[in-house]
Ligand binder design. Structure first.
Ligand code: GTP
Ligand code: SPV
Ligand code: MN
Length: 590
């Protein structure tokens, strides 16, 4: 390994000894040319950016129209999360459950350490301490990611509270999640993302992209955190968080779980339709929520993240004006196209692409100009509708939890669970058509309970049981709903306009919370009649609303059979109460 004495890292004073020891062990294993402890400062980010611009890893965008923004092109074989090679490595296989790929911890460590041995030779090893959640929140949790990717450093700096303050908090907490990452050679057959929840450890090799590499996000804040949350009595969820201010001056906080690329960022930044003056939606989070039963019997939530890693395609001034405004400066774009003026471009924008996401001259026969999973990374502070409640150490009390999926048929626009237990069934029953956010086929319906299929760090049967037990601790639980913005007609046209008009559905939910709105009983839950929704000014196709609010009993019976078959995979571990809820709906369907 040669000359280690020249390469001894200089930990900042105040670095806890446990961090130090681990960094030293990783340094010996990976053999980097140098070690850089990240402070998270602006100067550090500017220096890393300048170096990446000079090496060609980043490209400057049109400085006048997108100041201080850059484009990163990832390897074309590395453009999304890779669920096939994502593992949960628990001592007992059953603890990971049929919902996860599993490997024994010893074997997994061996495989990963073989990959990491010497992997950073000639490269810089970055040590980045980060905090998920407001730095002074009792609900926040810290981690340290070691990576050889400067792109990861720049992204984590936006997505988390990264740097010296986090290190100080780790010294106070005495514990942290260890995340080791290397882009390796980007060889798809040498690509693995391994989680060791019992050791609070993550090892990720061979990908530099998003959820595979920004370890604070899905790996820590969902897979590891969901495990910790079960032990400690809270929930780590794939949910957006919003404050909704009504014209009457009420504010309600709503959390919503939709699968990847199914509308969380868009709902989190929703602009009310012109027909709803006085309403305002403010963003607390757009992807992940940590939920804690509070002292007063309500459920409180924080957003562990500090930025957004959002889907670019489809974002424009009509669909999401706030997002479009927010990415016009100080933004990292990944895998978008360029116009002739070097402005970022993606499908859904006006104008024309000149260069595609792979840096080639745009040619429609090569497919989309921007990769369908191209993204922007941006600080939450740039969001025009940022909610300052995102900084509250105690979080915000949740009035409603919304589950949803992308389904062209069956699932109605909205329905409400009869109570928490039924709501757990509704969440467990989420299914959605796959999207470009994960490698693999797009548009295939798959079961995605609570939008957590790729992210739950333990056995779903235990997870559903945990959801039921959290509900039992809430004397004032939120109401639970299910929505589907993605119903289509026979020609593939959306039946519901979506985006800003989704607030019409949220208004009904909040009226339900306040006891103002009526609902009709259906076998699958409580639904608005068309008069209960404010549809004023909407140009819906003839018959669309009946379609959107209909319950096709025959189709639902077969849906429940599929859900029952899914539950069977969990055997005796499945909570009896969940099976009872399913049987109850089946009985109501006749
Ligand atoms: P992740 O970041 O992958 O977790 O995705 P997300 O859930 O935040 O999804 P996002 O809001 O980025 O939306 C993904 C895609 O769905 C974008 O192309 C949006 O334009 C589209 N979309 C979002 N909301 C709606 C809606 O209400 N109706 C329709 N038809 N499309 C929508
Ligand atoms: C998702 O896929 O749900 C995302 C993007 O939010 S990633 O960070 O790649 O997981
Ligand atoms: Mn997501």
């Amino acid at each position: 390994m040669g000359e280690p004495s020249l390469r001894v890292p200089a930990p900042p004073s105040g670095a806890p000894e446990a961090v130090d020891r681990w960094v030293e062990a990783v340094r010996r294993l990976t053999d980097p040319a140098r070690v850089h402890w990240c402070t998270g400062s602006e100067a550090e980010a500017a220096e890393l950016t300048a170096a990446m611009l000079a090496s060609g890893e980043l490209e400057r965008l049109n400085e006048e129209r997108f100041p201080r923004s850059v484009l990163y092109r990832s390897n074309p074989n590395d453009v999304a999360r890779v669920e096939q090679v994502t593992f949960v490595c628990t001592r007992r296989e059953a603890d990971a459950g049929p919902n996860n790929h599993w490997l024994a911890p010893d074997a997994a460590h061996r495989r990963m350490d073989d990959l990491f041995r010497g992997a950073m030779r000639g490269r810089t090893m970055y040590v980045l301490p980060y905090c998920m959640g407001p730095i002074d929140s009792p609900y926040a949790r810290c981690g340290v990611e070691i990576t050889d990717s400067a792109y990861v450093v720049l992204n984590m700096r936006i997505m988390t509270r990264m740097g010296s303050a986090a290190l100080a908090r780790i010294a106070r907490d005495g514990s942290f999640v260890r995340g080791l990452h290397s882009t390796g050679e980007l060889d798809p057959v040498r690509r693995f993302i391994m989680h060791f929840p019992e050791e609070l450890t993550i090892k990720s090799f061979g990908s530099g992209y998003g959820g595979n590499a920004l370890l604070g996000k899905k790996c820590h804040a969902l897979r590891i955190a969901s495990w910790q949350a079960r032990d400690e009595g809270w929930l780590a969820e794939h949910m957006l968080l919003v404050a909704i201010d009504s014209p009457a001056g009420e504010t309600h906080y709503v959390a919503a779980a939709f699968p990847s690329a199914c509308g969380k960022t868009n709902l989190a930044m929703l602009i009310p339709p012109a027909k709803m003056p006085g309403w305002r939606v403010r963003t607390i989070g757009d992807d992940i929520a940590w939920l804690h039963p509070g002292p007063d019997g309500r459920l409180f939530a924080i957003n562990p993240e500090a930025g957004y890693f959002g889907v670019a395609p489809g974002t424009n001034s009509k669909s999401n004006f706030n997002a479009y405004e927010m990415v016009r400066h100080d933004t990292i774009f990944t895998n978008v196209a360029l116009t002739a003026d070097r402005e970022p471009w993606w499908e859904g924008l006006d104008g024309r692409p000149a260069i595609d996401w792979q840096g080639r001259r745009y040619d429609p026969s090569n497919g989309a100009a921007a990769h369908p999973n191209s993204r922007f990374t941006v600080s939450a502070r740039q969001n025009p509708c940022y909610a300052t409640e995102a900084e509250l150490a105690a979080g915000v009390p949740i009035s409603a939890i919304v589950f949803g999926g992308r389904r062209r048929t069956l699932a109605p626009l909205v329905y409400e669970a009869r109570d928490w237990r039924h709501g757990v069934l509704v969440g467990a029953g989420v299914a959605s058509e796959t999207t470009a956010a994960a490698a693999g086929q797009v548009g295939v319906l798959r079961r995605d309970p609570m939008a957590m299929k790729p992210f739950c760090g333990y056995n779903f049967a235990d997870y559903w049981g945990h959801w039921l037990s959290v509900g039992e601790r809430l004397s004032r639980p939120p109401r639970l709903f299910h929505v589907n913005w993605f119903r289509q007609d026979a020609d593939g046209r959306f039946l519901w306009p979506g985006f800003g008009d989704n607030l019409r559905v949220l208004e009904w939910m909040l009226d339900r919370v306040a006891g103002r709105a009526s609902a009709r009983e259906t076998p699958i839950g409580l639904m608005p009649a068309r008069e209960d929704l404010d549809l004023d000014g909407l140009a819906l196709a003839a018959g669309a609303i009946d379609e959107l609010l209909g319950v096709d009993r025959l189709a639902w019976r077969s849906e429940l059979e599929q859900l029952a078959a899914e539950f069977d995979r969990y055997g005796a571990r499945l909570p009896a109460a969940l099976r009872a809820e399913l049987n109850d709906v089946a009985r109501r369907l006749g």
